[in-house]
Design a binder for this molecule. Structure first.
Ligand code: AMP
Length: 220
């Protein structure tokens, strides 16, 4: 069987992280751990976490570090991650989260951190056209809609625009990214862990670029 991988995917909202992480997770047979998906599931289920996170998420603000670090630590402790690895998507988002992740992974360090690089103007256009299944989180867009109306091809759920993909929230999320998450690119570069991958092009082309870099880093 293919060897697993332990990696973090960085990149602006709308850079294509979710799409590529799903495909990478199949390729390397490791879980795709998206903190955004975990939070949206908690909101849908109405858990304590979901209630705390819902308003912050709708406003495009970050959920506090201590909550996020606890969630991720618990998830990385599960058997699938400890055995084969994982692809972290949406975490870390602040230097404090990156520090905590370094401590959590001290015995099994990351193989690589990738910055999926797409310009701000391009992601703005992509986010405006993005649509998502309310039930299972599958991604669509106005250019790539479900087959029948706005009903999910996978689960029959409603396909809608996320509240945080509406213009005011997008501006806030991109500003949060520049202020709090973009500094992680230099942080990981200083530690020799960063690879920058061009995120423009077809999904197949970007996937090939990613797999090539990841395999080089893992030495396989
Ligand atoms: P995403 O789907 O990754 O864009 O995440 C959606 C929203 O969930 C973000 O705008 C934040 O409100 C919240 N969120 C996800 N991951 C994190 C994180 N690592 N730290 C803080 N907030 C997060």
């Amino acid at each position: 069987m293919t060897r697993g991988v332990r990696m973090v995917m960085l990149g602006r909202q709308g850079a294509g992280k979710g799409t590529q992480c799903v495909r990478l997770s199949r390729h390397y047979v490791v879980p795709h751990i998206s903190t955004g998906d975990m939070l949206r599931a908690a909101v849908r289920e109405g858990t304590d976490l979901g209630r705390k996170a819902a308003e912050l998420m709708a406003e495009g603000e970050l959920v506090p570090d201590d909550i996020m670090i606890g969630i991720v630590e618990e998830r990385l402790d599960q058997g699938d991650s400890t055995m084969r690895g994982y692809i972290l998507d949406g975490f870390p988002r602040t230097v404090d989260q990156a520090d905590a992740l370094a401590k959590i992974t001290v015995t099994r360090p990351l193989d690589v951190v990738i910055d999926l690089d797409v310009d701000r103007e391009v992601v703005l256009a992509r986010l405006a056209s993005r649509r998502m299944c309310d039930d299972c989180g599958a991604n669509y867009s106005t250019h790539n809609p479900p087959k029948y109306g706005w009903v999910c091809d996978n689960c029959g759920g409603d396909v809608v625009q996320r509240d945080d993909d509406k213009p005011a929230a997008i501006e806030r999320r991109l500003a949060e990214y520049e202020a709090k998450t973009a500094p992680l690119i230099a942080w990981y570069d200083e530690r020799g862990m960063l690879e920058i991958v061009e995120g423009l092009g077809s999904t197949d082309d970007v996937l090939v670029r990613l797999v090539t870099i990841i395999d080089q880093r893992r030495g396989s």
